[in-house]
Design a protein around this ligand. Structure first.
Ligand code: PRP
Ligand code: URA
Length: 209
């Protein structure tokens, strides 16, 4: 049953890299490279319908009207694992500013614990991409979106690699208007709220901790 406002990017190159990333034999070096590459590839689809505005320019031959992004872009990784997607996205959107939201799951209660927030001052009117490879219970993503809304953000998209049905349901129970972009919707969470089949602990695999 498809989820409303969820975009699954099933590009064959992304799926190939995601399969390599899931494989437990990928060490932190390979994991980092793959996460960076997949994030960059996802940007095309995630930004496909962003608004543009006309921009008059002068080519070497004559005046013409080009088109550029209508709003500045802010990239907001959820720490830690979201950092692994930031450079890949920035390669395509090099003018983006970066905000950071530190959120981790309490391993016992599974509740999100917010420990750091820093956003660019003009974030409210920008196009925000909130990035985190994993959407599991949805607690971290939901808390991050609530924080961005309090900061006045009006245009945002949540970009992850692997989403669990439980996480999609929680995120959209609180923030139904925020589109979710992912490379896969996996089967379910296990008893410790890890995604199955998933890819394990994204932060630990990325940073080798
Ligand atoms: C991971 C992941 C998400 C969160 C998803 O972070 O990067 O932020 O779990 O789980 P949820 O949807 O159930 O909230 P983690 O809490 O492991 O923190 P870390 O990146 O600092 O290791
Ligand atoms: N966080 C992760 O890094 N992986 C999961 O499977 C769930 C939450």
């Amino acid at each position: 049953m498809p989820f409303a406002n969820v975009h699954i990017i099933e590009h064959p190159v992304i799926q190939t890299k995601l399969t390599e990333l899931r494989d437990y034999t990928a060490d932190h070096r390979k994991f980092r490279t793959l996460l960076d590459e997949i994030a960059g590839l996802m940007v095309y689809e995630v930004t496909r319908d962003w608004p543009t505005m006309p921009k008059p320019i002068q080519t070497p031959l004559e005046k013409t009207i080009g088109h550029v992004l209508a709003r500045p872009v802010t990239l907001v990784p959820i720490l830690r694992a979201g950092l692994g997607m930031a450079d890949g996205v920035l390669k395509l959107l090099p003018d983006a500013r970066l905000g950071h939201l530190g959120v981790y799951r309490n391993e016992t209660t599974l509740e999100p614990v917010a420990y750091y927030q820093k956003l660019p001052p003009d974030v409210a009117d920008t196009e925000v991409l909130l990035i985190d490879p994993m959407l599991a219970t949805g607690g971290s993503g939901t808390a991050a979106i609530s924080f961005l809304k309090k900061a006045g953000v009006k245009h945002m998209r949540f970009v992850c690699l692997v989403a669990a049905p439980e996480g999609i349901q929680m995120l959209h129970a609180h923030h139904p208007e925020v589109p979710i972009y992912c490379a896969a919707v996996d089967r379910q969470l296990n008893e410790k709220a890890y995604i199955l089949p998933g890819l394990g602990d994204a932060g630990d695999r990325l940073f080798g901790t």
